[in-house]
Every structure is written in C-alpha cells, then in structure tokens.
Design a protein around this ligand. Structure first.
Ligand SMILES: N[C@@H](CCC(=O)N[C@@H](CS)C(=O)NCC(=O)O)C(=O)O
Length: 242
C-alpha cells in the first residue's frame, strides 16, 4: 500500500494524479499544514523538510522495510520506476523526462509559489511591488518556456505523456489567478486542455484530505495568529540532541 501524506495543494496533487494514472491503491493520510501537522515528530521522520507531500510504500519492490520518500519529484520518480510506466528506461528518454521534472521542482513550482505568496502579503507589511513584479515576470517567462517547448511536440519530454507533464500541470491549473492569458501561449493551451480532459488528471486534482472543512473565521484570534506565525515565520529548529 502507498500511504500519501497529503494536503490538497498543487504539490500534493502531482502525486494523486500519478497514482490515478497508475490506477494502483493508495491511502490518504492528511497533513493539515494550516494547523501545523507538518511539524509533528512522526511526520518529520519521513519528511525532514517539514513539507508535504511524502509517501510511505509499505510493500517496496524486493520486499524489506517500508520506504519513505519526500519531495514530489522524487516521489513521482519512485512510483514511475516501481510501476515501470510514464518514465522511459532508455538513457535518452529517461533524462528528457528527468530534466523537466527538475525544471518543475527548481523553477515552475518555487517561482509560481512565490508569485502567489507575495500577492497575498497583508498591506501592513509595506511595499511588495518589487517582489510581486519579479515573480509575476518569472511566472510569465516559465509559461513561455513550456509554450516554446510544446510547439513541436505533444508533451514536455517529447512524444509520450510522462511524469514531467503530471508534475507541471497542477501549478498551471490556476493560470487565470496567476495573471496568464492563455491566448498568448497557444501551444501550452493545447497541452493544458489535453491534460485537463484526462479522467485520471481530473480524479487526481479532486482528491481531498478527507477532513471536515474549516471556516477560518471560526478560529479564535490567538489561533489565527499562531497559524500565521507557524506558516510565515519559520526558522531553524534545534537538532534533536540540542
Ligand atoms: N519541493 C517540495 C515543496 C513542498 C511544499 O512546499 N509543500 C507545502 C504545501 S504546497 C507545505 O507542505 N507547506 C508547509 C509549510 O509551509 O509549513 C515538493 O515539491 O514536494
């Protein structure tokens, strides 16, 4: 069984999309990042960067102890390699895919994430216009990178649909909120519509953490302040032997 430590964000949905495409059983373990589940000791043992997603495979290939994997790119590689699908085995095909998975992890995810972050900074934190412009420009540039890649091939890594596409899709689902005009990127648009029509992508994007929904206004002002500090003022944690 694959346990998916999960919260329904773009990074989490990369994993559920692949699991739905693979059509293998998995179990969702909620990690409520708003209330701080990502700092619990048990979770840090499998995901030392206090971020979800992470997986635990209780039945690894070849047997033995369960295998835990954190970082969505590594998780997709692990699952694709285990199942022998969506990641070619020949060296050329393999590294076509690997470099686009790395591109997503090092560029598209972080830059569009920061674009979102700086667009939500409260007014009392001062002028954010430099950071807002910087990350809006980077987001726009990265759509251009995908568009230029997709003009002469159907998928990011070439002729075949792969984990490179699955990892990049969730961060593009809110293109409108990101200030992107799809008509400016027609090759990207064709790819986006192709993936959006896939039933497994639709199922993966719809996976919830299975917890009852919470109205933020129902939280006490103290709890709201605790949660804000927890998410936005993270600093190094002491080593366990400190
Ligand atoms: N590079 C990581 C990023 C994971 C990540 O940033 N996860 C966020 C949610 S989308 C998280 O767990 N945030 C918790 C926090 O900020 O404390 C990956 O791709 O797995």
């Amino acid at each position: 069984m694959i346990d998916v430590h999960y919260w329904p964000t773009p990074n989490g949905k990369k994993v559920t999309i692949l699991l739905e495409e693979l059509d293998i059983p998995y179990r969702i373990v909620p990690v409520h990042i708003g209330r701080g589940d990502q700092f619990e000791d048990g979770f840090l043992k499998i995901s030392p960067n206090n971020r979800m997603p992470a997986i635990v495979d209780t039945e690894p290939k070849g047997g033995g102890d369960p295998i835990a994997v954190f970082e969505s790119g590594a998780i997709l590689m692990y699952l694709a390699e285990k199942e022998g699908r969506f990641w070619p085995r020949d060296v050329r095909g393999r590294y076509e895919v690997a470099q686009w998975v790395m591109w997503q992890m090092a560029n598209q995810g972080p830059k569009t994430g920061e674009r979102g972050h700086f667009s939500r900074v409260p007014a009392d934190q001062g002028d954010q216009s430099y950071a807002q412009r910087r990350f809006a420009d980077e987001t726009h540039r990265l759509y251009g990178v995908m568009n230029n890649r997709l003009y002469d091939r159907p998928y990011l890594a070439g002729e075949d649909y792969s984990i490179a596409d699955m990892i990049s899709y969730p961060w593009t689902a809110s293109w409108k909120l990101q200030g992107i005009d799809l008509d400016e990127f027609k090759h990207f648009k064709r790819w986006f519509e192709d993936l959006s029509a896939r039933p497994a992508v639709q199922r993966g994007m719809a996976v919830t953490a299975g917890l009852p929904s919470e109205d933020p206004a129902s939280l006490s002002p103290e709890e709201q302040a605790r949660r804000r500090a927890l998410l936005y003022n993270q600093r190094a944690r002491p080593a366990p032997d400190a």
